[in-house]
Design a protein around this ligand. Sequence first.
Ligand code: NAD
Length: 296
Amino acid sequence: MKRIAFIGLGTMGSAMSANIVKGGFEVVGYDPNPAAVEQLETDGGVGAQSPAAAASGADIVVTMLPIGSIVESVLFGESGVVETLRGNRLVIDMSSISPRETDKIREGLNRRGIRMIDAPVGRTSHFARLGKLLIMAGGVAADIEEARPVLACMGSEIEDCGGPGMGVRMKAINNLMSTALNSLTAEVLTLAEAYGLSVDKAIEVMGGTPASKGHLVTTYPNKVLKGDIEADFMLDLAKKDLDLAINMAVDADVPLATAKAAAAVYSEAQDAGYGVKDWTALYAMYKQRYLTGSEC
Ligand code: NAD
């Protein structure tokens, strides 16, 4: 039976490690919080006194920690994983940390003959308990394959994101979309209520438009992603609609910071001559400006 060391038994890690136990692996876990270690033992795992003790004799080490500096100290610090983990073993870091930190950590492990994949997760602790996380894996394909049986205990979707470090990069991109949309969502519902609209009705109506479905699956595939920015819906008209809502917000004394930031981007696009193009041409503008050699 393969032995898995699991470091970081918090909200996510406790559920994930329990699911690895259920998957038939031997799990040895460490967390500075004794209650978290006790929980792992109740779930059928074995508690350890340090990351080094957990990693001793492990085939794979999984880390699920709050921030990059803690991942670094768990691996390389006093009583850290590298003190005991044998060469050519695999570390799977599932924490949400920065690509820069991930790359540095991977290089440090590789120098010691240890392989690493980054595999942060999407979705909440509810899905962690169900073993239905979305796992964004970055690493050498063979290493991801080696990790797959363990990852499959924790997630229902395992995406190979295309090489070392690409998992954390994908996670950051995904979170940019979801966190920024959260801010806009809060503004939109507040404005709806300020104008006496039923929030339930607003959600129902938006459910059938790009407002709720998102541009990635509605407007973009048919236009800018195909290299076509001729207007289906003209950017000038989209800006007019955006301004209309922002003016309503001003009248209702509800400041909308996210919407105003978006309006500034539309204005830039108009200044750059995209006003008569499709509203998805915002992406063409960004690519043209910031990705050298790219045009739409
Ligand atoms: P958490 O704070 O609940 O758990 C972190 C655990 O790490 C704690 O049990 C803590 O005691 C432990 N820890 C701290 N220092 C340690 C050390 N030196 N050695 C060993 N263990 C140590 O956090 P979480 O919600 O489980 O999140 C973990 C990671 O997953 C974060 O990077 C987070 O951003 C990411 N994430 C969380 C969620 C979520 O819904 N909670 C969803 C997706 C991703």
